[in-house]
Each structure stands twice: as C-alpha cells, then as structure tokens.
Design a protein around this ligand. Sequence first.
Ligand code: ADP
Ligand code: ADP
Length: 237
Amino acid sequence: MIEFINVEKVYPNGTKALENINLKIDQGEFVAVIGLSGAGKSTLIRCINRMHDITDGKLYVDETNVSNLKGKQIRRFRRRIGMIFQSFNLVTRTTVLKNVLVSFVPDNPLWRKITGLYTQEQKRKALEALDKVGILDKAYVRVDQLSGGQQQRVALARTLAQNPDIILADEPIASLDPVTSKLVMDDFKRINQELNISVIMNIHHVEVALEYADRIIGIRKGEVVFDGESAKVTDEI
Ligand code: ADP
Ligand code: ADP
C-alpha cells in the first residue's frame, strides 16, 4: 500500500508543486491521476519512487518510509516499482530483447560488463515479459524499427521483467495515436488485473482515464480536488 500523509513538495526554486496530499492506494488498484499541465501530477508520482524528495509530511510504501531510504536501499526499493515514461527511454539502436535484459541488475556488474552475458534464466524471464505484452515475435528486432506503441510495450516488458509490485506511468500514451494508445492501455489493464500490480498513471486524456482506471485522482495547483471511483466522475471536474 502507498500512503501519503500531509505531503508537501517545494522545488529548490521555491515552486510549491504539492500541498496537503493525503492518499491511500491499495495493492492492485488502477489509479489515473488527472489534471491540467503543471498541476503536479508528475511530481506526485515521482515522489513515490524517490525520483523527487518530499519537503514535508510522510510517504510510505508498505512499511517503508520512503524519505528514510539511502543509497543502495533506494536502488533496491526502486526494483519493486516500475517506471514508464512518455518518451519510452529505450536504447533504440539495439534489439528489443537487450532492452528488456537491461532490467536485470547483475549480481556482479563487472562480469556482465566484461562478457556482455546474461544467464539463461534471465533471458527466459525477458522473453516471458515480451510475451505478456504481445511482442515476443519482435525480440530480435531493433527498437528503432518498431512503432511508438510497440516501443512503449518494450518499456512495459522491461519493467515487468523486474516483477514489480507497482508500476508508475508518467503520460505513457501522450505521444501515441488513439488506436495505439488503446493497445497500450489494454496491456496496462491486463497486467493490473492478471498480475495484481498496482498501476498509477498520469494521463491528460480524461476519457481514456475513465475507461480504464478504477479510481480517479484529480489534481489542481498541487492539491487533490477529486478522489473517487471512475464511475462517479461527472462533468464537473
Ligand atoms: P504536471 O505533471 O501536472 O504537468 P508537474 O508535476 O510537472 O505537473 O509540475 C508541477 C509544478 O512544479 C509546475 O509548476 C512545474 O513548473 C513545477 N516543476 C516541476 N518540476 C520542477 C523542477 N524540477 N523545478 C522547479 N519546478 C518544477
Ligand atoms: P514531463 O513530460 O515529464 O512532464 P516536463 O517537460 O514537464 O516533462 O519537464 C521536464 C523536466 O524539467 C522534468 O525533470 C521536470 O522536473 C523539469 N521541470 C519542469 N518544470 C520545471 C520548472 N519550472 N523549472 C525547472 N525544471 C522544471
């Protein structure tokens, strides 16, 4: 479970991006965070995996007080939390499979650096993750030969290969066309339902949020102005 208690985030330049955030998100929820550009959506989800530090209040992921994590603990903590970006963040000049294999932090990084090798078990897990998002047949294709939607599914597979409890997604479909967006959203939904992975997604397409998410959190000027089931959202927000 993720819990925000009176969380505030002020950037070093003085911009207050979040204020009075109180939220509880249970394991397995599919949450869409909606709001205008600059509302604080991105800041909100990036505090969950410590990409940003909160300024005040408390933030827990299960028993972990996120602010107390240091160095190695942060890296270990982040392996439980997948992150998906608008821009995919893939290495485009190499194969799909290699991009997914990157998710395995090797026991001995030096060994892999020297040999470039992964274990058979890691390869099996990577292929399994590609299968889960329906692009197993692209494993040996270079990423720059794939469509945007396929690239986002590679990113999703890379995240899945880590067996995360939570996936954070920052505008994952913002650069995709409507048809491709739907395929990617279907993948998120299936992963959420079949694997019980929590999905917390920033999205500015309200209609897509309503169609896929179970719960909508509306943010305006750094504060939560709506929090409820998708079915209860009206035109007022
Ligand atoms: P959204 O994701 O809803 O577009 P953001 O969380 O990116 O909103 O931004 C919230 C506010 O914080 C905005 O006013 C934005 O300009 C500001 N902001 C975001 N990142 C930084 C940063 N690194 N430094 C200073 N201000 C920032
Ligand atoms: P995104 O698509 O992830 O929301 P943005 O274009 O909002 O990207 O921001 C890109 C980067 O710039 C982020 O790391 C964000 O934290 C930072 N940023 C956003 N707004 C500001 C700001 N007003 N001042 C400084 N940095 C900012």
